[in-house]
Design a protein around this ligand. Structure first.
Ligand SMILES: Nc1ncnc2c1ncn2[C@@H]1O[C@H](COP(=O)(O)OP(=O)(O)OP(=O)(O)O)[C@@H](O)[C@H]1O
Length: 298
């Protein structure tokens, strides 16, 4: 399938700073991709280049086959900043009608766009009375004008409560299901774990990891933690039977390499009645993220 976004060998140097170094990636139609990285990793720089706001130093970027910033690319790409700001005295509907007019579209489309993002009931209220989550949804409604094929979202859910986040991601899911490609940056690791198809980790301007969470888990090969609940005070005996295990109260804690996991599970099963329960905890996205980000000494 043709990619919506293609980046190859992208490098961006500012005076004395290499913000992006030889980054290559693609985003396919309908794909939801999360861009993770510490402050200064290069996320905003990459977004600015995709939007055509600043030029690349080296490398190639194509948005729906067109050069970033060209009229063809601008028609296909939409951007939502972290803190979308609107005129507080305008109603949601007035604001959207204004944007539609600027884009040369029929302002009557404002109501349908506001319905789409769940703001139908608040369309005639002034934006100054909206919550942050509602303002972000106005921003998304504005981004949807013209049916963009690529949505670039800079920390779109930062500062939103859990319900607003869930609603926001549900909207993104629906847009992706219709074929829009989504590239979003976030610091909320656990939420992107559940709500995106692929994760990219930037560290010091380099793309240090890319793949589904399962791919990243496998290649990071981080240890697996296990918590064994002992029956009838057998915790010390269980710990003695499992290398590196520590007993604490009625629980036994241990970690092992991925490659040893099945062997350890076999040993635990062999303890029979002494074991009341077992919890296996795979490395979290935070663990994986720190693992890759640390590689560049950040
Ligand atoms: N206009 C500029 N001039 C000089 N250096 C810049 C400029 N813009 C960004 N940088 C540098 O490029 C690097 C990447 O910055 P960038 O803003 O892309 O990071 P980021 O991952 O978006 O961080 P954050 O999460 O804080 O937004 C940083 O070292 C930053 O200081």
């Amino acid at each position: 399938m043709t990619s919506t976004l293609t980046i190859s060998g992208l490098t961006k140097r500012f005076e004395g700073v290499t913000a992006l170094a030889d980054v290559s990636l693609t985003v396919a139609p309908g794909e939801r991709v999360a861009l993770l990285g510490h402050n200064g990793a290069g996320k905003s720089t990459m977004m600015k280049i995709i939007l055509g706001l600043i030029p690349a130093t080296e490398g190639r970027v194509e948005v729906c086959g067109a050069a970033p910033g060209s009229p063809e690319a601008r028609r296909q790409v939409a951007y939502l900043p972290e803190n979308a700001a609107f005129h507080p005295a305008l109603t949601g509907e007035e604001q959207l009608r204004h944007y539609l007019r600027l884009r040369g579209e029929d302002p009557a489309g404002a109501s349908a766009l506001l319905e789409r993002v769940g703001l139908g009931g608040a369309a005639r209220r002034r934006i100054g009375t909206y919550s942050k989550g509602m303002r972000q949804r106005v921003g998304l409604a504005q981004a949807l004008i013209g049916h963009p094929r690529l949505l670039v979202l800079d920390e779109p859910t930062s500062g939103l409560d859990p319900v607003s986040r869930r609603d926001f991601y549900a909207l993104l899911d629906a847009l992706a299901a219709e074929g829009a490609a989504i590239l979003l940056s976030s610091h909320a690791l656990t939420e992107v774990e559940a709500r995106t198809d692929r994760i990219l980790i930037l560290s010091g301007g380099r793309l240090v990891a890319e793949g589904s969470l399962t791919d990243l888990r496998r290649s990071a090969a981080l240890p697996v933690a296990m918590h064994v609940t002992a029956r009838n005070g057998h915790a010390v005996q269980i710990a003695a039977a499992l290398p590196g295990a520590i007993a604490a109260g009625g629980l036994v804690h241990l970690t092992c390499a991925q490659s040893e996991k099945l062997d350890v599970l076999g040993r635990i099963a062999g303890l029979g009645d002494k074991v009341a329960d077992l919890e296996v905890l795979p490395p979290s996205l935070e663990d994986i993220y720190s693992h890759y980000s640390r590689r560049d000494g950040q």
